[in-house]
Design a protein around this ligand. Structure first.
Ligand code: NAD
Ligand code: TDX
Length: 332
């Protein structure tokens, strides 16, 4: 696969993937990104300009998508509206990008017979009880809660229908919560790190007992690359690194690592319909494709991430005030 089209490559997970791909393969990469509020061109800084180019465009715009798909060997589809809280205040862009965008891409890969990998989320499965011994598997029924997760669930169904009905050569992955560099300050971990840097107390939604299954974004990238290279067409792979932690534990760890008292945070209004727990069983990916996560120690991965935000204030500062102002309006 010498020419890879990466949609949403100026966002968090997409940018991590582009860095990973360029470092580990000889592929030339085109990033197709609308450069929404969530994107940052600076996330692609330092990559070789002869191997990586950015095309600004909408994945739901057939005239932009069709010629790009035609001129590449494979497409990795990250572009999405990704923030649950935003989907609760304005769901329209989620339907546009996550559903119409995926549909548009599917029609182009069908027409040009190109390989597609569709990047999705564990949130399509809904949530688990705290004491449920089961974790999500590839066989768990879909049961999404928010407009965001419903739109991602719909996009997964579109991909499977295009595989079965039209023979499109696609794979799907559903990953748990990512952390690492280049994540927008609206998201939980970067929000709290940059709050502490700014002398603002971290903000915990509700009780803080909600559990997320954390994975480093570079491990997500290596899993997506393994699926792109060796995954079986038509299959879905769950991606996770056994990283379950509740939000209270994560806030306390951030405070400890940043030299603050561990109770120096506020409880704020809970998210409407807040999913309680996500947990991934990733045995299929590990056994079939031999994938393993490299970041196994959450505390040291989090310490690296804190260091990255301390050293890259120029990257996140332009987004911080507007993000906090929007949260303040909601009592969060
Ligand atoms: P993000 O919001 O940081 O980045 C999304 C990117 O998509 C941005 O660069 C944005 O400009 C671009 N984009 C949005 N609408 C577009 C459009 N219409 N056309 C072209 N580009 C558009 O999101 P993220 O956290 O990097 O998530 C990327 C993908 O990974 C999503 O599909 C998400 O569902 C999936 N995912 C994310 C996580 C996570 O923890 N962040 C976990 C599992 C799956
Ligand atoms: O300030 C906060 N305080 C807080 O307690 C924020 C922003 C979040 N939270 C909680 C809500 C969640 O329980 O932290 C947890 C993580 O929140 P987010 O970072 O918003 O992530 P989440 O809603 O779990 O979804 C993420 O993982 C799955 C990504 O944003 C999705 O794109 C991905 O599909």
């Amino acid at each position: 696969m010498e020419r890879v089209l990466v949609t949403g490559g100026a966002g968090f997970v997409g940018a991590n993937f582009v860095h990973h791909l360029v470092g580990r393969t000889t592929a030339d990469v085109t990033v197709l990104d609308k450069l929404t509020y969530a994107a940052s061109e600076a996330s692609l800084a330092g990559l070789p300009p002869d191997r990586v180019r950015l095309v600004v465009g909408d994945v739901a715009d057939q005239t932009a998508v069709d010629p790009l798909v035609a001129s590449h060997d494979a497409v990795v589809h990250f572009a999405a509206e990704s923030h649950n809280d935003n989907s609760l205040t304005d769901p329209g862009p989620f339907v546009h990008t996550n559903l119409i965008g995926t549909f548009t891409l599917l029609e182009a890969v069908r027409k040009h017979d190109k390989r597609l990998h569709h990047v999705s989320t564990d949130e399509v499965y809904g949530d688990l009880e705290l004491d449920d011994p089961k974790r999500f598997t590839e066989d768990t029924p879909y049961n999404p809660s928010s407009p965001y997760s419903a739109s991602k669930a719909g996009s997964d169904h579109l991909v499977r229908a295009w595989v079965r009905s039209f023979g499109v050569r696609a794979t799907v992955s559903n990953c748990s919560n990512n952390y690492g560099p280049w994540q927008h300050v609206e998201k939980f971990i970067p929000r709290q790190i940059t709050n502490v840097i700014d002398g603002i107390r971290p903000k915990l939604y509700g009780s803080g007992e909600n559990v997320r299954d954390w994975i480093h974004a570079d491990d997500h990238s290596s899993a997506v690359l393994a699926i792109l290279e060796r995954g079986r067409v038509g299959e879905t792979y769950l991606i996770g690194a056994d990283g379950e932690k509740n939000n209270l534990e994560v806030v306390r760890l951030i405070l400890k690592l940043m030299g603050r008292p561990e109770d120096d945070f506020d409880h704020v209004n809970d998210r409407v319909g807040h999913d309680l727990r996500y947990a991934i069983e990733s045995g299929k990916l590990r056994q079939e494709l031999g994938w393993q996560p490299q970041f196994r120690d959450f505390e040291s991965g989090l310490a690296d991430t804190i260091r990255w935000y301390r050293e890259h204030e120029d990257w996140w500062r332009p987004h911080k005030d507007r993000t906090e102002a929007a949260y303040a309006l909601k009592g969060q």
